[in-house]
Design a protein around this ligand. Structure first.
Ligand SMILES: Cc1cc2nc3c(=O)[nH]c(=O)nc-3n(C[C@H](O)[C@H](O)[C@H](O)COP(=O)(O)O)c2cc1C
Length: 165
């Protein structure tokens, strides 16, 4: 099985989770881990699963304005995010499975998550989607709460088993 992991990250937390998910997936798959700025919009046909992760910004995936806000708070400035990448993918059927993850703050009552929006968009693009997962950070900048990197690695490993079936 081949997996493409695409991520976006301003403060490094989603990048750390993406690396851990890729490590977990690599127990059962050949994995390419790519920052969204370098991700191909023509997903190679030999890829079996596309895994996409990004930070939750204003209850959904980032936009130009929220990335600007993150940059003002000291985050990396990136020209596009997973929203723009998914929007640039061709419409119509995709042979790959799709699964999303996000990072978000550790506050139980906050609604919305980047991974839910990404999953909806991927479904509209014709992917066969699997339930998304969330990973938690302290405050706006992180760090990740204890145990999240290990949980991400285990989630990646479970995904590789589940999607190989
Ligand atoms: C502009 C902005 C809006 C945010 N909005 C939300 C939000 O609606 N819900 C939430 O849980 N976290 C929100 N956050 C916190 C981010 O989810 C957090 O910065 C992110 O998980 C860190 O990931 P990163 O280090 O990969 O950028 C927001 C952060 C920024 C910068």
């Amino acid at each position: 099985m081949r997996a493409l992991v695409v991520y976006e990250s301003m403060f490094g937390n989603t990048a750390a989770i993406a690396q851990a998910v890729a490590d977990g997936l690599s127990t059962g798959a050949e994995v390419t881990l790519t920052h969204v700025a370098d991700a191909p919009t023509d997903v190679p046909p030999d890829v079996d699963v596309v895994v996409v992760g990004g930070p939750t910004h204003t209850f959904t995936m980032s936009r130009e304005a929220t990335r600007e806000e993150a940059a003002r708070r000291g985050g990396d400035r990136t020209p596009g995010g997973i929203r723009e990448w998914l929007q640039a993918l061709p419409t119509g059927g995709h042979p790959q499975d799709f699964v999303a993850f996000d990072t978000r703050v550790n506050m139980p009552l906050l609604p919305g998550a980047a991974s839910h929006s990404a999953t909806r968009l991927a479904r509209r693009r014709g992917f066969s989607v699997t339930a998304p997962e969330h990973f938690l950070v302290y405050g706006y900048h992180g760090p990740l709460i204890d145990g999240e990197v290990d949980r991400a690695r285990q989630w990646g490993q479970r995904l590789s088993q589940q999607l190989a079936d």
